[in-house]
Design a binder for this molecule. Structure first.
Ligand SMILES: Cc1cc2nc3c(=O)[nH]c(=O)nc-3n(C[C@H](O)[C@H](O)[C@H](O)COP(=O)(O)O)c2cc1C
Length: 172
């Protein structure tokens, strides 16, 4: 199994809970809570696979603990060539359906600009009801969207299916 790092920013614990489930499903993986465990961008180099988690806030923005690291990434452009990266995060498709899980796209763009491989873990938009999302490409999200406010009963199944998909796509 490749070395898997799960980096997560979560304000009320929803994306963190998904990250903890992923940690169980990816044997030997490490969970890095951006609030407590993240030191600097060098930490990405400890892993071959990065599972990047963030809820969406404001007008489609990444969770606050990602703000500084993303700013540094945009400035320093660390070389993430060869790293396989996939994105997951919580949102609210009803109250914030005008920017549902848009943070996934913003994260993806920045990781992509650092040469990471980001075409993993796309999921269907079927089964969600939202107005707009930057994370939508055709009929897919560029990652895993979870919504514990409106569809909590689907979260565990979605996380499990996504973990299985990632393992297949990345050959883990
Ligand atoms: C002020 C505010 C702004 C929000 N903005 C968005 C948004 O733009 N898009 C979205 O999908 N969800 C939005 N949400 C919903 C959160 O992403 C949702 O509550 C999520 O479950 C939080 O996950 P976390 O506990 O992992 O941080 C917003 C929530 C609040 C309170």
């Amino acid at each position: 199994m490749a070395n898997v790092g799960i980096f997560v920013g979560s304000s009320s614990g929803v994306t963190l809970e998904a990250a903890e489930k992923l940690q169980e499903l990816f044997e030997g993986s490490e969970l890095i809570n951006m609030e407590e465990d993240f030191d600097d961008l060098e930490q990405f180099n400890d892993f071959d696979v990065l599972l990047i988690g963030s809820s969406t806030w404001g007008q489609g923005d990444p969770q606050r603990d990602w703000v500084d690291p993303l700013y540094e990434m945009e400035n320093d452009m660390p070389d993430l060539s060869g790293k396989k990266v996939a994105f997951f995060g919580a949102g609210d498709q009803d109250t914030h359906g005008e920017h549902f899980v848009s943070a996934l796209f913003k994260l993806k763009k920045i990781f992509e600009s650092c040469n990471a491989l980001t075409s993993y873990g796309y999921t269907s938009v079927d089964g969600y009801d939202f107005e707009f999302s930057l994370a939508q490409e055709g009929d897919q999200f560029c990652g895993l969207a979870i919504d514990n406010i409106n569809q909590e009963d689907l979260t565990e199944v979605r996380v499990e299916a996504w973990a299985k998909q990632i393992k297949e796509e990345m050959g883990l």
